[in-house]
Design a protein around this ligand. Structure first.
Ligand SMILES: C[S@@+](CC[C@H](N)C(=O)[O-])C[C@H]1O[C@@H](n2cnc3c(N)ncnc32)[C@H](O)[C@@H]1O
Length: 283
């Protein structure tokens, strides 16, 4: 089904004020992404941050001296990011859709980030957003996208909770990795109570599917796998203790990183935020 980007923008505008309020395992996911980013900064001068939102990555990277270009399609996100970035040099703001980055030349940026949203929430156009991110990458691309093995249990649970049965959207997720609120009339009940009673159109990927689309776009895989599965598998009670305990937080994040690499590379990832990570470079 076609994606209505005007509807999506309105939804992201409404979500903007709470974008950096990291509850649940969002903080773990964000910390794991920083660990990964730090590994790829050597030799990097220019960075493109696609779906930069409130500037949580763009601004600190620009402050560190990298020449950063921020892209987002939400006016509210852009407004908040610009407000936070007053006085920060090396940071350009561009309002654009991740599925069309034709204003940037091919191989134009040393490091490209497209994390948590601007791919997955492009729904049926998500593969195009990946293709655009690949095209503009000179050295490395870091992507995080919705993890199919994390999304299927979530939709299964919400489906049973709201309707006491397994709705068609669960099977649509299995078959095509796609959620679209207008796909089935009963989908609306699942989104009740969310921002604007809406759940943005999204696409979730299996590691194999993501590997194949990156290869099709001329990329070599550097790392591909789940992000933060331990934080989901250890359960809400343990996670809540970790989040309250500053002393243990960093140690737990490092354990999550090891778990993803050594124990369960293709696990479900974190429950909140995109739980599948890929790092790739042009072949
Ligand atoms: C959850 S936020 C993620 C922010 C940040 N990248 C991070 O990793 O924390 C997702 C952002 O992607 C933006 N976004 C979603 N779809 C997009 C699209 N098609 N084009 C540009 N931006 C998009 C939203 O406006 C939002 O600011």
């Amino acid at each position: 089904m076609k994606i209505d980007f005007a509807r999506e923008q309105k939804w992201w505008n409404a979500k903007a004020p709470a974008e950096e309020r990291d509850g649940s395992d969002e903080r773990i996911n964000r910390a794991l992404r920083w660990i990964e980013i730090e590994k790829h900064l050597k030799g990097v001068k220019t960075i493109l941050d696609i779906g930069g939102a409130t500037g949580a990555f763009s601004i600190p990277l620009a402050k560190r001296g990298f020449k950063v270009t921020y892209v987002d399609f939400s006016l509210e996100m852009l407004k908040i990011a610009k407000g936070k970035a007053k006085g920060v040099k090396n940071l350009d703001f561009v309002r654009a859709n991740s599925t069309n980055l034709s204003m940037f030349k091919s191989r134009g940026f040393d490091l490209v980030l497209n994390m948590d949203g601007a791919v997955s929430f492009s729904g049926s156009m998500a593969d195009k957003a990946i293709a655009e991110a690949c095209r503009v990458t000179r050295k490395k691309l870091i992507l995080t996208v919705s993890n199919l093995s994390g999304m299927i249990p979530v939709l299964t649970g919400v489906s049973l909770k709201t309707s006491h049965k397994l709705l068609r959207c669960v099977y649509a997720m299995f078959e095509r990795g796609l959620w679209h609120q207008e796909r089935f009339p009963e989908n609306r009940v699942l989104a009740k109570g969310l921002t604007q009673d809406y759940l943005g159109t999204f696409k979730a990927y299996s590691p194999e599917r993501l590997r194949s689309i990156l290869k099709k776009n001329g990329m070599e895989i550097v790392r591909l796998g789940a992000l933060g599965s331990l934080s989901q598998l250890c359960g809400a009670e343990t996670l809540s203790m970790v989040l309250k305990n500053k002393k243990v937080f960093n140690e737990f994040v490092n354990l999550c990183d090891r778990f993803d690499k050594e124990i369960l590379p293709y696990g479900p990832g974190t429950r909140q935020r995109a739980g599948l990570l890929a790092v790739a470079k042009p072949q």
